[in-house]
Design a protein around this ligand. Structure first.
Ligand code: UDP
Ligand code: MG
Length: 266
């Protein structure tokens, strides 16, 4: 991994699994002067069996390829490690399927680098589908019910209203990236509302801003077929496990008090 010169503060991490039909267009959009001026791009190729790998290589972006298909969470987590090792201060993560419009990059970055009234920067900024100013987003009723349920669980445990706790579009500060890149701090399959619950309980600062999103048009979603039903159970248990772990078993309590979690401590 030597010989790498980081010139930007921001790394855009894009997990990609068999996205040959989508990734070219996404990279076209990302390669605009205003984004390239502030960000480097890392594609986490999760052992795609299609042309994803070659498309990215040809265009000269950073790419890391998994040996096996390890899942969305692992792809992100290895990306975080990459970002930490290379000294990036911020990460924006987005899907490779074109769901997350590239216009969100500048708005997330702006939010990450803006202090709130008490002079604090956020640790995590969520790109929300359901706020005033978000683009209209169509979803089946079952999904809406699931989102409402997760929203309620989070509110009940943390008293925070997170409108879109399952959004994959997020901006992260270095503190959040360092925390997530540690063993057992991040769900290596489906990091989702469970991680938002965890970070809120641990005292990380989370903000939410409206985002522009589209529906996937090509390729297959990881939540296709009957998987959402299993997912619902898995996520509910995971959210509860996080709640019990942090609240009653005092897991990672050191982190909550160590607000200065700014450098890697191996
Ligand atoms: N993905 C991945 N590994 C997998 C499944 C998905 O890296 O095993 C990537 C996928 O290419 C996409 C992102 O993770 O860029 C989110 O997946 P998807 O869009 O299918 O999920 P959804 O948006 O439907 O929740
Ligand atoms: Mg997607």
């Amino acid at each position: 991994m030597g010989g790498f010169n980081r010139t930007k503060d921001l790394l855009i991490i894009i997990p990609a699994y068999n996205e040959e039909k989508n990734i070219e267009k996404l990279l076209d959009n990302l390669e605009s002067p205003e984004i390239m001026e502030i960000a480097d791009v890392l594609i986490m190729n999760d052992a795609s069996s299609d042309e994803t790998n070659w498309i990215v290589k040809e265009r000269g972006h950073n790419i890391v390829t998994h040996v096996f298909n390890l899942g969305y969470g692992s792809a992100l987590q290895l990306g975080y490690k990459f970002a930490i090792r290379r000294g990036y201060r911020y990460v924006i993560q987005m899907d490779a399927d074109g769901q997350h419009d590239v216009c969100n990059v500048t708005s997330l970055f702006k939010e990450l680098t803006t202090k709130d009234e008490s002079g604090e920067y956020p640790d995590i900024v969520l790109g929300s589908r359901f706020m005033e100013g978000s683009s209209p987003y169509k979803a089946p009723l079952a999904k809406k019910i699931a989102w409402g349920f997760f929203r309620t669980l989070i509110y009940w445990a943390t008293k925070r209203k997170i409108v879109d706790p399952t959004t994959g579009l997020q901006g992260l500060s270095r503190r959040a990236i360092i925390f997530y890149s540690k063993y057992n701090h991040f769900d290596d399959q489906y990091p989702d509302a469970n991680m938002i619950m965890q970070m809120l309980l641990l005292g990380f600062r989370i903000r939410e801003i409206p985002a522009v999103m589209h529906a996937r048009t090509e390729g297959v979603s990881m939540h296709s077929g009957l998987k959402p039903i299993v997912y619902m159970f898995r996520m509910t248990f995971s959210i509860l496990a996080v709640w019990i772990g942090v609240k009653f078993m005092k897991r990672d309590r050191d982190v909550a008090s160590a607000r200065d979690y700014t450098e890697e401590r191996e």
